[in-house]
Design a protein around this ligand. Structure first.
Ligand SMILES: Nc1ncnc2c1ncn2[C@@H]1O[C@H](COP(=O)(O)OP(=O)(O)OP(=O)(O)O)[C@@H](O)[C@H]1O
Ligand SMILES: [Mg+2]
Length: 404
């Protein structure tokens, strides 16, 4: 298979490293050829804390993905997350010289540079400057300003930045495999590529990817990204709470959460109990089902309340005509949609099936949204810029320039 047709997405998550390989076909459709996964060691709240352990997990996941897809992986698109990531909206303005009234590509680049010309902490690097809207001489709704006549070009951007060294650690981990890094992409942005449709983005939608250690979110209004962020809360916090609250080992708590847990209170018989049989290192015990569900419910409620407070810092909540969509492993908890609806005050819709073919079980698994979304992102990037140099782009972003 020719290498040009292959796109690979990699998420180095708190719970697992996931590598998804897809074929981008000439007609634009995507076929997932294989997925490799390895449980992660050395990642906390979405950030690498032990390079060597993560490196091994990355190699294992890559080896599995290569074997399953029968593709030799050379380069990947990598997801990024963590509490260090910050985003904001900003407008750039370009006044055309008096002797010219047709907007060209250079004006587009300049308006983006202007929008990014803001002080960010010295240790941070730009990750994304994502176009929201163009205005030509005050006229909004302009989709492609190049070639239009006008004197003033304005553009609103959603800008994302994060601590440079944290991003570099992720890149280093991948480069040591050795693999090339095509691009580094915000996890929530990647997931949104596959769990919501363009129509939902146009109507206004909140996408929340709840993994093991982070809650990554992105808000679309009128098809444009208006807000994004990361909360350092995920399914592992539920597991820890269950383990501490019920005084059972972490591994048992994790299984209990997945097999029996629910975010809904008052849904079981009064006094209903669950028997946990003894196993190595655990004497076995009986627990009340409502106690288990209460632990899950209150921790998740707290997380959604925190998310709501962050969302309320901007005025976009009331424009979300398509409600919210949850993905990530933690979205599998029974009753979580109901709780999210109650706290966020938005209808929660199921994720749309990823616009891809191939391994059905992978496509249906919300834990893979980020890795699959990275493939979709790769496809868009390739369509936009047919032959960009990956290293040039990354170097720009991390050591000076920026990124779209
Ligand atoms: N069926 C299930 N029910 C409830 N929770 C689940 C289920 N399956 C997985 N999880 C939880 O999902 C979490 C892992 O999700 P995911 O694989 O999306 O995380 P990650 O991408 O590795 O982490 P992050 O994105 O936060 O860095 C774990 O906390 C796990 O317990
Ligand atoms: Mg994740």
């Amino acid at each position: 298979m020719s290498k040009e047709n292959i796109a690979v997405g990699m998420e180095i998550g708190t719970s697992k490293v996931c590598v998804a390989v897809a074929d981008i076909r000439p007609d634009g459709s995507l076929k997932v050829l294989g997925v490799g996964q390895s449980p992660t060691l050395g990642v906390r709240k979405g950030e690498i804390v032990h390079l060597e352990s993560v490196h091994k997990c990355v190699r294992d996941a890559v080896a599995e993905a290569e074997q399953k897809s029968d593709v030799s992986i050379r380069s990947v698109y990598v997801g990024i997350t963590g509490g260090h990531i910050v985003s904001f909206n900003n407008r750039g303005v370009v006044q055309l010289p008096e002797d010219r009234d047709e907007i060209d590509e250079e004006d587009l680049e300049e308006v983006k540079r202007n929008a990014r010309d803001v002080n960010i902490p010295a240790q941070n690097a730009f990750l994304h400057a994502i176009i929201q809207h163009y205005y030509v001489d005050g006229q909004d709704g302009v989709l492609t300003p190049v070639g239009m006549l006008g004197n003033k070009l304005e553009a609103d951007y959603h800008i994302v930045h994060g601590i440079r060294t944290r991003v570099q650690n992720t890149i280093r981990c991948v480069k040591e495999v050795p693999l090339e890094v095509e691009d580094v992409v915000l996890n929530s942005l990647a997931s949104a590529q596959v769990v919501v449709s363009q129509n939902q983005k146009n109507l206004g939608v909140l996408v929340v990817d709840i993994g093991g250690g982070t809650m990554d979110y992105v808000v679309y209004v009128e098809g444009a990204i208006k807000q994004s962020g990361v909360l350092a809360i995920g399914g592992d916090h539920l597991t820890n709470d269950i383990s501490m609250g019920l005084r059972i080992p972490i591994g048992r708590a994790e299984r209990l959460k997945i097999e029996e847990g629910s975010a809904v209170l008052g849904n079981c018989l009064p006094g209903e109990t669950l028997y946990l049989p003894p196993e190595q290192g655990f004497a076995g015990r009986e627990i009340e089902r409502e106690t288990l569900n209460g632990i899950i419910h209150f921790r998740l409620r707290e997380a959604f309340e925190l998310l709501k407070r962050q969302l309320e810092a901007e005025p976009f909540l009331r424009y979300l005509g398509a409600g919210a969509v949850l993905t990530g492993g933690c979205s599998l908890i029974h009753g979580i949609n109901h709780l999210a609806e109650e706290v966020l005050g938005l209808p929660v819709q199921p994720a749309q099936p990823p616009p891809m073919q191939g391994i059905t079980s992978a496509l249906a698994n919300p834990q893979l949204s980020t890795a699959l979304g990275l493939i979709k992102y790769a496809q868009f990037s390739q369509m936009e810029r047919p032959a960009p140099s990956f290293w040039g782009r990354l170097k720009n972003r991390l050591f000076g320039g920026g990124k779209s």
